[in-house]
Design a protein around this ligand. Structure first.
Ligand SMILES: C[S@@+](CC[C@H](N)C(=O)[O-])C[C@H]1O[C@@H](n2cnc3c(N)ncnc32)[C@H](O)[C@@H]1O
Length: 266
């Protein structure tokens, strides 16, 4: 894997696990930001840490030329197989701390707490430097991060169980439904501000037995001031921080911050 670990075990169920995320509403928000903060809508957009391509494909559907960058070949493979109706998307398996494009883009999105996967301020700064490097002058960077409130009070040391079905094949007689259980345990370490996520996936096999796959992931909690400082150091001017797609102001119980920043180039 290019530069990040994880997702081997769960890439094929990732979209099921995140079925509640409304990427259409999120893309509406992205387009409202384009309208508010750019002189014209961008032609070429990079979706950084694109995962299985939910935002990439939503924006491609709306007419943007898209590049999707992700460090996990397994996630990109899922994205690629979803992308038959968007053959022009360029998928790149690269680390977001050191990615390289052929030229600059008008906007960069980075969705669903992907930046929390960077486990040190140095890594966050490296990523922001690359973002600045590949944005047009005045280009827009839209990203979100999980808040300290969420790490301490929502993730905490909670455990979750998801029971669902995986659907393989076409929606007809060939369709196969496979029962799947996912157990998910969080452990947040306030001293390092790292949260460990331990997931175990159980998928029913044709003989009725269950195959278990385990996955360990980590996210880092960042204070707002650290994010502001890292943006400033990378010449990314912070335009706004909101708690939702309606541009509402964050408060002490906000779980996700949505940021907009602009590339300042002399
Ligand atoms: C929570 S997922 C979000 C994926 C996608 N943005 C979405 O909205 O579904 C986080 C993604 O970040 C990617 N990632 C984590 N660390 C990375 C790194 N250093 N470089 C590139 N991608 C990375 C993972 O492979 C994963 O696809």
């Amino acid at each position: 894997m290019a530069g990040c670990e994880g997702y081997e075990a769960i890439a094929h169920v990732y979209d099921k696990l995140n079925a509640d995320i409304d990427y259409s509403a999120w893309a509406d928000f992205v387009e409202r930001c384009f309208d508010r903060f750019l002189p014209r809508r961008p032609e070429l957009v990079l979706d950084l840490a694109c995962g299985t391509g939910s935002m990439t494909l939503e924006l491609a559907k709306r007419g943007y030329d898209m590049i999707g960058v992700d460090g996990s070949a397994d996630m990109l493979s899922e994205a690629f197989s979803r992308a038959i109706h968007a053959p022009s998307v360029l998928w790149l398996n690269q680390d977001m701390r050191a990615f390289e494009l052929y030229g600059t883009v008008g906007a960069i999105t980075c969705c669903l707490d992907s930046l929390n996967y960077l486990l040190s301020s140095e890594d966050l700064s490296k990523c922001f430097a690359c973002v600045h490097n590949y944005l047009d002058p005045g280009g827009l960077f839209l990203f979100d991060m999980n808040t300290p409130y969420k790490f301490r009070n929502v993730y905490g040391s909670n455990a979750y169980i998801l029971e669902d079905e995986l659907v393989y094949g076409e929606e007809d007689a060939d369709e196969e439904r496979v029962p799947v259980f996912c157990g998910w345990q969080n452990t947040y370490h306030p001293e390092t501000r790292i949260c460990d996520f331990d997931l175990s996936l159980f998928e029913e096999m044709p003989d009725g037995s269950y195959r278990r796959s385990d996955e360990h992931q980590q996210e880092r909690c960042y204070e707002l001031e650290e994010i502001r400082t890292a943006l400033r150091s990378a010449n990314l001017e912070l335009i706004g921080v909101w708690s939702d797609f309606d541009f509402s102001t964050p408060d002490d119980t906000t779980e996700r911050w949505y940021f907009a920043a602009r590339a300042v180039k002399s």
